[in-house]
Design a protein around this ligand. Structure first.
Ligand code: MD3
Ligand code: FE
Length: 206
């Protein structure tokens, strides 16, 4: 049964597990066209995780800031399309969490290795905050950090495991969130990695 984890935020445990091989095969194929890479952030440091994208828009970062780009800065070519099956699954997950009409035009893929993390941030580069974000976890488990609408609010912890799908929208769409450093481990399909895919409506309106 869907778990409500915050106002508007729904956790579908294991939603993607039944088709895990299709998810992983799709990501393998995508990264042959748009490689995982570590991006710089404003201030000159680098992100901890490696990322790539699929879709009409890809989220990128450099010393000048964060934005969505239609082309991969490594190749100057468009990002690969979001595979049809993944797009359908993301739309179905959103609908079952109470968000009909989800039409993602961007899929950001994060690759975690042991010790890598994602600091507290909010996703605010999208055009329409009425649209939810659908997040799919594959591989090693992680501790997801979920705070409030202000950075100083207390943070709760939630373990996300292989196949879990989190749909985050509504009044808590702009909460601060992050991921604790990945612990060493061995997943039977992904080895020592965790992959996270987030489907977004970057430029489109709900
Ligand atoms: C809550 N990714 O890519 S997924 C990100 O596991 C990101 O790689 C994390 O935060 C990861 O931006 C967390 C869960 C998630 C995704 C988007 C959200 C939670 C969210 C957007 C708003 C609020
Ligand atoms: Fe985020």
């Amino acid at each position: 049964p869907p778990e409500i984890i915050d106002k508007g935020a729904v956790l579908l445990r294991g939603f993607a597990a039944a088709s895990e091989l299709r998810w992983m095969g799709a990501v393998q194929a995508l990264q042959a066209h748009a490689a995982f890479r570590v991006m710089q952030v404003p201030g000159g440091k680098s992100m901890s995780v490696a990322i790539t994208n699929a879709g009409d828009w890809g989220w990128i970062s450099d010393v000048n800031g964060y934005r969505y780009s239609a082309v991969d800065p490594l190749t100057d070519k468009p990002w690969p399309a979001i595979p049809v099956f993944l797009h359908e699954q993301a739309v179905a997950a959103a609908a079952s969490a109470g968000y009909p009409g989800f039409a993602p035009d961007a899929c950001l893929i994060n690759r975690y290795q042991p010790g890598t993390r994602m600091g507290l941030h909010r996703d605010q580069d999208e055009a329409d905050f009425a649209a939810p974000i659908v997040s799919v976890s594959l591989g090693l488990p992680c501790t997801f950090l979920w705070g409030g609408l202000a950075r100083q609010n207390p943070v709760k912890r939630l373990v996300l495991t292989h196949g879990d799908v989190l749909v985050w929208g509504g009044p808590t769409r702009l909460v601060f969130h992050g991921v604790s450093p990945l612990k060493e481990g061995l997943h039977h399909l992904l080895g020592s990695e965790r992959w996270n895919l987030t489907f977004r409506m970057a430029k489109r309106a709900l």
